[in-house]
Design a protein around this ligand. Structure first.
Ligand code: NOJ
Length: 582
């Protein structure tokens, strides 16, 4: 096994298996990615400098939520390949110095899972493995759900209303969310589902459930996995007294598109005590003697406020860190991002793995969300800040959201398919080299408008997104200040620019990002360096390099440019020199 990079220096690449690559030898070609296709692309990942992959769920299940509804979290979906092939994937990744992080779904399973099927009967020993409730009787004598808890996937109600399917609502009424409770005839009770009704929530308050899930984690660690991306962790933490959620008075139908956000979240999820306990439970597996020295880490997915995420990071910092979702949905504002960056790094627990995440399979691709030039600046933000840099597969090519006709849509939440269209590998091949199936058979269509930025074209173009990512990753590995330097706060006198520094012993770097579409100039306040040279510009990694920058005169930045500067002369040495000359 090649040396594996410590998590806090790693570049983690999120592979969405169904959209990544179908292997050439797959007969007949199916139109979706495969495990063997992932194996084919390990050299590509190695060349790019990737040191860890997070594999979105490759597990069997009915695919109502593309793998986040699994019938067995210790197996591989037969359409993707076999467990043996997945073992080969892990081993080959390790041979290339790439860690493997499994996407793990502790909160729920498919309702087709054997455990849920058994749980529908009150005398199987599985009756409490999910969260069942008889509900309550309303004023009209009807049996109704026990409380107002809502499903995270309530967006379809907004769309139904837009289609005129809720004529009884007055204009000023809020669209109702979808209940998180579903009636089950065979059991004669409601069960809880924070997501789809096909995804039932497990009952983590029960010791047997916790142990069963921990056993599933061991299964993957024993096969060589290095860690877990833990899905929807905040949803595991329920108040089992089932109290109603309070109304979120900040909600309005213009700014929020998910009726789920009408409720605050203190009882249905985000409940601090159980959250802490369940995270400790999951970390206890990573702490087991047999995994000692393996540097197993859990990356927790929890869409929560900044201070709640900080508390989550404090639970077991050596073994679990939350995705840094603070800036995730923040507008493109230098002022706001600067405050967030300074806050995050000044408060980060030193033992944990700080991280930067800007994109994933649930969100609009960066080039669509922020525009091509800003998406390039984000590459620098993501890769030059301390800790783990995270890349959602396709972002390294600057791909855009695809146009997906309604008959091709899979996403039950009805908005995420455009973010998951296949990778455009080679525009000279059918289906951009993703699969040799017929175009109609593809699980999602190819982005025709992205053919000009296929991977093969970018490999030979120094101005491309790919080279920006590759060069950023190289510098991150080779410059000590970026590899392991701490975050240094630097202020500017221009509010369109974010600046920060990195320092490791005598090694320093200054990173500047122009958030505006205009040329900007800034002085660096409190800066201790007189001169430097730029080592990377997001506009053109090769050409915009400048020697002998006079930092005392400040720095000019091109529109939307991110610039990395390595200081060469400190103010202190200049002063010493001046004194010697005197
Ligand atoms: C978060 C995952 O990223 C998303 O894709 C999934 O639909 C939900 N959790 C439910 O598992």
């Amino acid at each position: 096994m090649a040396d594996l990079t410590p998590w806090n220096q790693t570049v983690l690449y999120n592979i969405y298996p169904w959209s990544f690559k179908e292997d050439e030898g797959h007969k007949p070609q199916s139109g979706h990615g495969t495990i063997k296709g992932m194996i084919e692309k390990i050299p590509y990942l190695g060349d790019l400098g990737i040191t860890a992959v997070w594999v979105s769920p490759p597990y069997p299940g009915p695919l109502v939520d593309t793998g986040y509804d699994t019938t067995n979290i210790t197996a591989i979906h037969p359409d993707l390949g076999t467990l043996k092939e997945f073992d080969e994937f892990i081993n080959k990744c390790h041979d290339s110095g790439i860690r493997v992080m499994m996407d793990f779904i502790p909160n729920h399973t498919s309702t087709q899972h054997e455990w849920f099927q058994k749980s529908r009967d009150k005398e199987t020993g599985f009756e409490d493995w999910y969260i069942w409730h008889p509900g309550k009787i309303d004023d009209k004598g009807n049996r109704v759900p026990p409380n107002n808890w809502a499903s995270d996937f309530s967006q379809p109600n907004r769309k139904a209303r837009d289609r005129g399917e809720m004529p009884w609502l007055k204009e000023e009424d809020w669209t109702p969310p979808i209940s998180a409770w579903e009636w089950d005839d065979s059991r004669g009770e409601f069960y809880l589902h924070h997501f789809l009704k096909e995804q039932a929530d497990l009952n983590w308050s029960k010791a047997e459930v916790r142990e069963a899930m921990k056993q599933c984690m061991r299964f993957w660690l024993d096969r060589g996995a290095d860690g877990f991306r833990m899905d929807a962790v905040n949803h595991m933490a329920k108040n089992m007294e089932f109290l109603d959620e309070e109304i979120n008075t900040a909600y309005n139908e213009k700014e929020f598109d998910n009726p789920y956000d009408q409720l605050l979240r203190f009882n249905s999820s985000n409940n601090p005590e159980p959250l802490r306990f369940y995270v400790q439970e999951m970390c206890s597996v990573a702490r087991e003697a047999k995994y000692e020295g393996r540097d197993v880490h859990l990356l927790l997915e929890a869409y929560m406020g900044e201070s709640e995420l900080r508390e989550l990071n404090a639970v077991d910092p050596e073994y679990a860190t939350a995705f840094n979702f603070g800036p995730f949905h923040m507008e493109w504002s230098a002022l706001k991002r600067k405050v967030q960056l300074d806050y995050y790094y000044q408060n980060f627990n030193e033992k944990g793995v700080p991280n930067q995440i800007y994109g994933n399979h649930d969100n609009s691709r960066l080039a669509t969300r922020f525009g091509d030039k800003n998406a390039r600046a984000i590459a620098v933000l993501a890769l030059f800040t301390p800790g783990m840099g995270i890349i959602y597969s396709s972002e390294e090519l600057g791909m855009h959201d695809g146009a997906v006709p309604s008959e091709k849509m899979h996403d039950p939440a009805e908005f995420r398919d455009p973010f998951r269209t296949p990778i455009v590998w080679n525009d000279a091949l059918p289906n951009a080299g993703f699969s040799n199936a017929s175009a109609e058979q593809l699980w999602l269509p190819i982005n025709e408008s992205d053919l000009g930025i296929s991977a093969t074209r970018q490999l030979n173009d120094a101005k491309s997104f790919y080279w920006l990512y590759k060069e950023s990753i190289r510098l991150r590995r080779e410059l000590p200040a970026i590899r392991d330097g701490r975050y240094v706060k630097i202020n500017t006198d221009n509010e369109e620019i974010v600046a920060f520094g990195r320092t490791s012993g005598d090694e320093h770097a200054i990173i500047l990002i122009n958030f505006s579409p205009y040329i900007q100039h800034t002085n660096l306040l409190g800066n201790e360096f007189a001169a430097g040279r730029s080592v990377l510009s997001s506009i053109d990694v090769r050409k915009n390099i400048q020697e002998g920058l006079n930092l005392e005169e400040g720095v000019h930045l091109q529109p939307n440019e991110a610039l990395v500067i390595v200081p060469t002369v400190s103010m202190a040495s200049l002063t010493r020199l001046a004194e010697q000359i005197k």
